[in-house]
Design a protein around this ligand. Structure first.
Ligand code: DSN
Length: 391
């Protein structure tokens, strides 16, 4: 590169990424092919609109790239073209979720989503996000005892509040979600059911987690977590007389965005193809085996895990109540970083502390599994974490 300042910073970041144990639950390492597509000349092209209707010329190849990405997205999740549509232009997960609400929920309408404090995402209607300013959030949480979703309670809230849309999905919930129960809840109050599968998309693609598609009307996802692609967002919608897909397409463009990032769409297409390979199924299963091993080992050492364990790729440790040395999530995250283990601080359900210095840390195994780590490595990582945090 001619720009030495940026080149050196990229090299430094590469070195950092290689030198740490990365347990950030939302990160992963993409392949060289994904990077090549992302860093390609496709970034030069404007192709505002969709392949049926563009506002620029010279877009034949842009059409082919976008169509291929859509075909692969449907194929990966075993969806029929006559039954599901997919928009591949959302720049990431937050704009994808925003586009769904913009397209389908009147301003001021009700979004029923998991509370941030229970593991939901900001874009599930939290007040600090635009999704909680333009719409009204009806929050649901986890049970205080089990720290898991209580579907009867969620149903009662839904029937009382009659939300326009129910969002099932999370950013920090270590348990499987019962998609069928959410379908039943949505039907009991006439709401659209949207699943935000950002965290578990790769696990579902690899057959290691139940797929939400048989039950949802809309499925959104980021592509860079367990799915191991570039940073981007996908919005799947069921094709029927509600015309959800047409409303969502309009919300993405021209509602929220201009020209699609073709380099990003091509890189997503590459990642989707990689996720169809048999090795990806093995990867997805290993991610969960690793998370379960890590959780089991930490529990043996006396760490309290939210809900007692994990069914997916992530775990939440309640560090504040696990030790008597008054360690907080912030202190734990910083101490681990100093020793080369990267996690993120996280609130736990019913946290009495703040998101800036919460009671917990969140750990995930997607990134280290990409690097070939197995159960035996998780045992060693658990030992290191225990030692560092008990110092
Ligand atoms: N920040 C992502 C995560 O870590 O889950 C979601 O936006």
């Amino acid at each position: 590169m001619k720009d030495k300042q940026i080149e050196n910073l990229i090299k430094a970041e590469e070195k950092r990424q290689k030198s740490v144990v990365n347990l950030t639950a939302s990160e992963n390492y993409v392949s060289k092919d994904v990077l090549m597509a992302l860093g390609s000349i496709l970034t030069n092209k404007y192709a505002e609109g969709y392949s049926v209707q563009r506002y620029y010329y010279g877009t034949d190849i842009s059409d082919q790239i976008e169509n291929l990405c859509q075909e692969r997205a449907l194929k990966l999740f075993k969806l029929k073209k006559a039954e599901w549509a997919v928009n591949v232009q959302a720049l990431s997960g937050s704009p994808a979720n925003l586009a769904v609400y913009l397209g389908l929920v009147e301003k001021g309408g009700k979004i029923m989503g998991m509370a941030l404090s229970s593991g939901g995402h900001l874009t599930h209607g939290h007040k600090v996000s635009v999704t909680g300013k333009f719409w009204q959030q009806i929050p649901y949480g986890v049970d205080k005892e089990t720290e898991e979703l209580d579907y009867e309670v969620i149903k009662r809230i839904a029937v009382k509040e009659k939300p326009d849309i129910i969002v099932a999905g999370f950013t920090a919930y270590p348990r499987k979600i019962d998609w069928a129960k959410f379908r039943e809840i949505a039907d009991s109050c006439g709401a659209i059911l949207m699943v935000d599968m950002s965290h578990i998309a790769g696990l579902a693609a690899g057959g290691a987690h139940p797929s939400p598609f048989p039950f949802a009307d809309i499925v959104t996802t980021t592509t860079h977590k367990t799915l191991r692609g570039p940073r981007a967002g996908l919005i799947f919608s069921r094709i029927d007389n509600r015309e959800l897909n047409k409303k969502i397409d309009k919300a993405v463009f021209p509602g929220l965005q201009g020209g699609p990032h073709l380099n990003q769409i091509a890189a997503v297409a590459v990642a989707l193809d990689e996720a169809m390979k048999p090795e990806f199924k093995i990867y997805a299963k290993q991610v969960i085996k690793n998370a379960k091993t890590l959780a089991g080992e930490l529990k043996k050492k006396g760490w309290r895990l939210v809900s007692g364990g994990t069914d997916n790729h992530l775990l939440l440790i309640d560090v504040a109540s696990s030790t008597d040395n008054k360690i907080t999530g912030k202190m734990a995250g910083e101490r681990l970083e100093k020793e080369g283990i990267i996690v993120n601080k996280n609130t736990i359900p019913f946290d009495t502390r703040t998101p800036v210095d919460p009671s917990g840390i969140r750990l995930g195994t997607a990134a280290e599994t990409t690097r070939g780590k197995k159960e035996k490595d998780m045992i060693k990582i658990a030992e290191r974490i225990d030692k560092i945090l008990r110092k």
